[in-house]
Write a protein that binds this ligand. Structure first.
Ligand SMILES: Nc1ncnc2c1ncn2[C@@H]1O[C@H](COP(=O)(O)OP(=O)(O)O)[C@@H](O)[C@H]1O
Ligand SMILES: [Mg+2]
Length: 198
C-alpha cells in the first residue's frame, strides 16, 4: 500500500513527476552506455555521405537537452554557418559527438557550461579542414590521464564503461579526421575534432 503521509495531492503529483523524470534520465543514460558497448563490437566500415555538421551537432544537443537541464549545465553554440558539408559517415559522427557531449556534461558541475563550436580553416599546403570544438567548464583531465582516457575500459566514473572516448577516436580516425584533448580556456576540457574537406 502507498504511504501518502500528510502529503496533499499536489505534493504527491510533483513528487511523482520528479521521480518519473529521474527514471527517464536514468534510462537515457543506460541507453547511451548500451549503445557504446554494442557499437564497440561492430565493424567500423564508414559509409560516407555529404553531411551538414552544424545540423548534426544541433540534433545531438537537442537529444541531450533534458539531461543538460536536469544537471543545471548550460550549452552554448558558436557555429560557423558557412562551413561546407563534409564527406563522412553520419552515424559515426553522431555517435562520436554524442559521446563527447555526454562526457562534457558529466564532467561539469551545476552552473557550468559546455560550448560547442565549428570553424573552417585552411592550413598552408593542405586542403580545407572543419574544426569541431567541445569545451566544458568541468573538472578537467589530469595530465597523467591524457593518454589513458583513449584506452578501452579506462574510466574514472562509478558507472562508466570507459568505452566512449576510445570508440569516438576510432570513429573519427576511420573518417579521416583527428581528435585531440587540451585544457579548456577557463579550466575544464577542450576536445577538438578535425575533419578534412575533400
Ligand atoms: N570532458 C571531460 N572532462 C573530464 N574528464 C573526461 C572528459 N571526457 C572524458 N574524461 C575522462 O575520460 C574517461 C573515459 O571517458 P569515456 O571513454 O567516455 O568513458 P566513461 O564516460 O564511460 O567514463 C572518463 O571516465 C573521464 O575520466
Ligand atoms: Mg563517456
Amino acid at each position: 500500500m502507498l504511504d501518502c503521509g500528510s502529503q496533499n495531492g499536489h505534493d504527491l503529483a510533483e513528487k511523482m513527476q520528479s521521480n518519473l523524470q529521474n527514471i527517464v534520465h536514468q534510462v537515457d543514460r543506460v541507453q547511451g552506455r548500451m549503445r557504446e558497448l554494442l557499437n564497440f563490437a561492430k565493424p567500423l566500415e564508414p559509409h560516407p555521405s555529404l553531411v551538414d555538421l552544424n545540423s548534426l551537432l544541433r540534433e545531438q544537443i537537442e537529444t541531450l537537452r533534458s539531461r543538460f537541464g536536469d544537471a543545471g549545465v548550460s550549452c552554448h553554440l558558436r557555429l560557423d554557418e558557412k562551413i561546407p558539408k563534409a564527406h563522412v559517415d553520419p552515424n559515426h559522427l553522431e555517435q562520436a559527438v554524442a559521446g563527447l557531449l555526454s562526457n562534457a556534461l558529466e564532467a561539469t558541475p551545476r552552473g557550468g557550461s559546455v560550448t560547442v563550436g565549428t570553424a573552417v580553416s585552411a592550413p598552408s599546403g593542405q586542403s580545407r579542414l572543419v574544426n569541431i570544438s567541445i569545451e566544458d567548464t568541468g573538472e578537467g583531465i589530469p595530465k597523467e590521464n591524457r593518454e589513458r582516457v583513449f584506452e578501452p575500459f579506462f574510466t574514472t566514473k562509478p558507472h562508466g564503461t570507459g568505452v566512449g572516448l576510445s570508440l569516438t577516436k576510432k570513429f573519427i580516425e576511420r573518417n579521416g579526421g583527428t581528435l585531440s584533448i587540451s585544457d579548456g580556456s577557463s579550466g575544464g576540457t577542450r576536445v577538438e575534432v578535425i575533419i578534412p574537406l575533400t
